[in-house]
Design a protein around this ligand. Structure first.
Ligand code: ADP
Ligand code: MG
Length: 357
């Protein structure tokens, strides 16, 4: 197992413009780690992955696989297994022929080839499918063939670019579990690309959240969810209210802010936040950490329900607090609450978090 390191990697396609598709990206993917690049369309995920694969060379910066500086290596020298959104299988060949392809190119002897194809098909739970035609398989099975084809060459790294995007919702969830199982069993260092935050959260050891070619935050799913670095990350991962609140006092990792009703609240903040009395703090509060207060309870915020949506697991509310829409989520909402009701809201202060703009 090897780690993969990107050091100040940038890519400019058009040297006349100053916008870089990938802008100064520095990340380390640990040996055996399942690491995800997550961000909206156009943020530079595929370009980053293609530089790791060797299809593009960086305009500046370096890429290391373990002790090797592979920045200028050709793709075939890098030993990467690739899986794409559109599977990129040969439709006229059988499953076994597709999986064997990379071995043939690498001149692996025929006898070894058959054995290794069987192994790879077993890995993705497709034992016995070798003679099937590709077009006789479901989308999920085709994607598993693509994974077997990537793994059969025993690559040093596995690179996956939105491999689940063409599958319908249910199959997408099943296949993501499958991919993670296979990755865990093979222990291969993996770089995964998706724009789907739920997918990234469910699958990854760590996530790099990207926007406009730049990494906004790197962290575990818990870290990016509970301690987002900035307002973009807070809103992109799940849903979040980002409230502007005056700072009453500030310590190293705590900031006391004043709520619209006048009450003060002590919320968490990253070390080095640089806030002081009189500043305005941006405080991220997730809907599930804002609920309706009981009738006799002191409430942090009061407002009028402007939108109400029952989803089964929870009731999602928008509450107009002095002209600001606050999203709240209530499990077992009080019977009879309706649009236009004035409600008190309770916050879970230990879950609120100061973010950067
Ligand atoms: P993502 O995979 O996150 O959707 P991409 O890496 O594909 O984003 O694209 C990042 C930016 O680089 C976009 O603005 C895109 O238009 C641009 N881009 C990607 N590939 C090329 C290319 N081959 N030539 C010129 N511009 C490109
Ligand atoms: Mg892409």
């Amino acid at each position: 197992m090897i780690d993969v390191r990107l050091a100040t990697v940038s890519k400019r396609f058009d040297t006349s413009s100053d916008a870089a598709a990938v802008d100064n990206v520095t990340i380390t993917i640990g040996a055996g780690e399942f690491f995800t690049l997550l961000g909206p369309s156009g943020c530079g995920k595929t370009t980053t992955l293609r530089m790791v694969a060797g299809f593009y060379f960086p305009t500046s910066g370096h890429i290391h696989f373990g002790d090797d500086d592979v920045t200028r290596w050709s793709p075939n020298k890098r030993d990467t297994g690739m899986v794409f959104q559109n599977y990129a299988l040969f439709p006229h060949m059988s499953v076994a022929q597709n999986v064997a392809y990379g071995l043939k190119v690498r001149r692996v002897p025929r006898a070894d080839r058959a054995r290794r194809v069987e192994e790879a098909l077993a890995q993705v739970h497709l034992t016995g499918y070798g003679d099937r035609r590709i077009d006789a398989l479901s989308g999920g099975q085709q994607q598993r063939v693509a994974l077997a084809r990537a793994l059969v060459i025993r690559p040093r790294t596995l690179l996956l670019d939105e491999p689940l995007s063409n599958l319908d919702a249910k199959l997408r969830e099943e296949t993501r579990t499958e991919i993670r199982r296979i990755q865990r069993e093979s222990g291969i260092t993996s770089l995964y690309v998706t724009h789907d935050q739920a997918e990234a959260m469910a699958m990854s050891d760590r996530i790099a959240v990207m926007q406009s070619g730049r990494v906004q935050q790197v962290g575990t799913p818990h870290e990016v969810y509970y301690t987002p670095a900035n307002a973009f990350v807070a809103r992109f991962i799940g849903r979040s209210n980002v409230l502007s609140l005056p700072v009453v006092s500030a310590r190293e990792t705590r900031v006391e802010v004043r709520l619209p009703g006048g009450a003060t609240l002590d919320v968490g903040a990253a070390v080095g936040h640089r806030l002081a009395e009189g500043d305005t703090a941006l405080v991220s509060a997730r809907p599930e950490h804002i609920t309706i207060a009981g009738p006799d309870e002191e409430s942090a915020l009061r407002g009028r329900i402007s939108h109400i949506e029952f989803t089964g697991m929870a009731t999602h509310l928008s509450v107009d607090v002095d002209g600001t829409d606050v999203m709240a989520a209530v499990i077992d909402a009080p019977v009879g609450i309706q649009l236009g009701d004035v409600v008190g809201l309770r916050l879970v202060p230990e879950r609120l978090w100061v973010v950067q703009p």
